[in-house]
Design a protein around this ligand. Structure first.
Ligand SMILES: [Zn+2]
Ligand SMILES: [Zn+2]
Length: 294
């Protein structure tokens, strides 16, 4: 309360400006975005259970029944990810990479805007916290998609790490930047086609401590997901090292033009939460099992 009052006083004397539109921030909950820009970065209301893409109008919500896990997974996939052979179990995508969200994601790539990335990670944390199907207790580690060591040395800033740090602090999940490494340099993905991106990223990751990953559940974090190739390749390396579950959180999800659906209130239900909880409980990590047995 005291901090809020002090902040409002400081805002009057030294008004902060919005990272996106440069207008003064007055009465906004975000320290880096004005209320107008904040409202324009909308969380995806209905998304594909598996890849996080916004659902098209008329597409069915996921169904849960007693089918095999493979047919369940297919039912929860959209037409895009049904064709993908991904090792990633599911993706939580906060918003669509378009308009103000795309502008914010581009700014976050610059260390000048680290505070914007931090405040967006708080928004993602709030959004995940309200989801019935996100259970932080299920994850052993949060791992940001790594940069090549040389790029890290040159820029000393990595937006995925800032997002991951925010989420790790919020949910109390240990964060590791050393278990997963980028084993080779990959060129900028921006102007490539989807197939070129997949080819360039293939086998770009390696697990440096497989024993730490074996039987564990990992939550990968990245700022932007485009074709999904980067996350899928990182997940492949983690699964090859013995990871049991690999999910991902991204700030912005790239989609094909013209496939947006208007926002609507979230409709995740208790049944979905029960299902996820059951699937995790039935395959607990060795550490969890040890803890329960003692
Ligand atoms: Zn603004
Ligand atoms: Zn999908």
């Amino acid at each position: 309360m005291l901090f809020q009052g002090w902040r409002q006083y400081l805002d009057l004397v030294f008004p902060r400006s919005c990272s996106l539109c440069r207008r003064p921030i007055v009465g906004s909950r975000s320290p880096t975005l004005c209320g107008h820009c904040q409202q324009r970065i909308k969380p995806i209301a209905h998304s594909c259970w598996k890849c996080g893409a916004p659902k098209l109008s008329g597409e069915q919500q996921p169904e849960f029944d007693r089918d095999s896990s493979k047919s369940k997974s297919l039912k929860r996939s959209c037409r895009f990810c049904q064709k993908q052979d991904w090792d990633i179990n599911r993706v939580f995508a906060y918003t669509v990479y378009a308009g103000s969200a795309a502008h914010a994601a581009r700014l976050c790539k610059d260390s000048m805007h680290e505070s914007l990335a931090r405040s967006l990670s708080h928004s993602i944390g709030d959004w995940l916290y309200q989801r019935d199907d996100f259970l932080p207790i299920c994850y052993d580690y949060i791992i940001p998609i790594p940069q090549h060591w040389f790029r890290r040395l040159m820029f000393r800033y990595h937006p995925a790490s800032v997002f991951a740090m925010g989420l790790a602090g919020r949910f109390g999940i240990p964060m590791s930047e050393s278990y997963l490494k980028r084993s080779r340099w990959t060129t900028k993905q921006g102007l490539k086609t989807i197939s070129e991106r997949r080819e360039s990223i293939r086998d770009a990751f390696a697990v440096s401590h497989p024993k730490k990953i074996e039987y564990r559940s990992v939550l990968l974090v990245d700022d932007v997901m485009t074709s999904g190739g980067t996350l899928a390749d990182a997940a492949r390396a983690l699964k090859a090292a013995g990871a049991r579950q690999v999910d991902a959180v991204v700030f912005a999800r790239g989609i094909c033009a013209g496939k947006l659906q208007p926002s609507a209130p979230p409709s995740e239900n208790r049944m979905q939460k029960a299902h996820v909880l059951h699937s995790y409980q039935s395959s607990a990590t060795a550490e969890e099992l040890r803890r329960r047995l003692h």
